[in-house]
Design a protein around this ligand. Structure first.
Ligand code: ASP
Length: 420
């Protein structure tokens, strides 16, 4: 009998489930297989800089129209800011209704503050080093683009690639041709590397999940059950209502097609907790499965991996209410509006890497005067919630790519990204 070939998505899912089982069985010992997962993360991360640079450069040069770029930029940023503000509002509403912090026993509070106080302090220090809004904006302009590539500074890379792409359309075509051909080659090769690396995804996901489940276990989730549940419900609501509604209404795309298309990227986001590391897969899924053209995907998605973090913003709303409740503080409507504003802005400057939401949370808490050491209360569950919010983050990015492509009249016909 011929064994049917499993699809990539199914294989990754099997890896994930086996990872949970092995993590539970082995406990902290599961850390021995973590290097396999780390190798996988490194392999996909290695593609990010050359892929984003080459595809955005080629994409911009092929647009041949600077106005179109400006229009796409406006649409993308408006959509990102609107959905982020909506996400925090959902988080705040749920937290105000369910009030997750109202029943946390005192001894649990003391224990958590003791156990995680040190790490919380590190996060607070990191947050203090975060520059202000003007500096963040100025920092988008690189003074040395080679350095930007070197340090994987995504906004600077985007800026330089777009500028270079535009300049290439303005010089004589016989001079631009060889540069473009070179980067087209790099782009194709990077996509090929994504295909190769994704064959390893089920093993990478297995190892990552086993190590995380082994390290954290389910116990801490129970301690902070109400808080974790509120965050997870919020993320599910935002992911399963806001995005389908947006792609359905604005792009006339069947939401099921949308979700089916981005499934592999969602699983990788869940396992790696990093929208930046997931970026090559998000781009592939959007281009191959959702028929977003390369120029749109290579512009909207890298931008999203850096500036659009709906899941992170939503969780910050819940966390702020939770922490202030535990400290017996009441957040006024003004405070809550301030959370919407700061969490939206904070998500712009932060790169999509694991745990960054925790650092920007310190900024949010600071603006509304909630004790920063309260972060220690939620650190224990942060990794697990980070996995969930990263799924929302990349789903939001993908929905933007679909919507921008559709409103530009460029959503094509289906190919398929499944390496079987
Ligand atoms: N890990 C998230 C991401 O990469 C950011 C965060 O919420 O910490 O999208």
């Amino acid at each position: 009998m011929k064994i049917p070939k499993l699809k990539l998505y199914t294989k990754i899912l099997v890896g994930l489930i086996l990872g949970v089982v092995v993590g539970i069985l082995l406990g902290p010992k599961a850390a021995v297989i973590k290097p396999i997962g780390t190798a996988f993360i490194r392999l996909i991360t290695l593609i990010v800089v050359p892929l984003v640079f080459a595809s955005l450069l080629v994409g911009t040069a092929s647009l041949g129209d600077i106005r179109k770029l400006g229009r796409m930029g406006m649409k993308t940023i408006t959509y990102y800011l609107t959905t982020t503000a909506l996400a925090i509002t959902i988080g705040l509403l749920l937290a105000n209704i369910i009030r997750p912090g109202s029943r946390l026993p005192d001894e649990v509070k003391t224990n958590l503050l003791q156990n995680y106080g040190g790490v919380a302090l590190e996060k607070i220090q990191q947050a203090e080093e975060t520059p202000g809004v003007i500096d963040v904006l100025l920092d988008i302009i690189p003074t040395n683009p080679v350095n930007s590539l070197n340090t994987a500074n995504m906004l600077q890379i985007i800026f330089f690639a777009v500028l270079l792409g535009i300049a290439l359309t303005m010089i004589p075509s016989h001079r631009a041709r060889s540069v473009l051909a070179f980067f087209e080659g790099i782009n194709d090769a990077m996509i090929q590397i994504v295909h190769i690396v994704m064959k390893l995804a089920p093993y990478g996901v297995f190892a990552l999940i086993a190590a995380i489940v082994g390290e954290f276990g389910a116990g801490i989730l129970l301690t902070l059950a109400r808080y974790s549940i509120v965050v997870i419900i919020g993320l599910i609501l935002h992911t399963c209502l806001t995005y389908p509604a947006a792609v359905g209404l604005l792009a006339k795309m069947n939401p099921l097609t949308f979700f089916r298309g981005i499934r592999p990227a969602q699983l990788i986001a869940f396992s790696t907790s990093s929208s930046s590391a997931t970026l090559p897969v998000t781009m592939e899924c959007s281009i191959e499965n959702l028929n977003v053209p390369n120029d749109v995907a290579s512009f909207v998605l890298p931008l999203g991996a850096t500036i659009n973090m709906d899941g992170t913003a939503l969780y910050q709303g819940v966390a702020a209410v939770f922490i202030s409740e535990v400290y017996g503080m009441h957040l006024t409507l003004g405070n809550q509006l301030m959370i919407v504003l700061t969490a939206t802005l904070a998500s712009i400057g932060a790169a999509g890497v694991p745990g960054v939401g925790m650092i920007t949370l310190a900024l949010v808490l600071k603006t509304i005067g909630v004790p920063l050491e309260g972060i220690a209360l939620i650190l224990g569950v942060d990794r697990i919630l980070d996995m969930c919010r990263t799924v929302t983050n990349i789903s939001g990015d993908s929905s933007a790519a679909v919507i921008v492509a559709a409103t530009e009249g460029e959503l094509g016909t289906s190919r398929s990204f499944d390496y079987g």
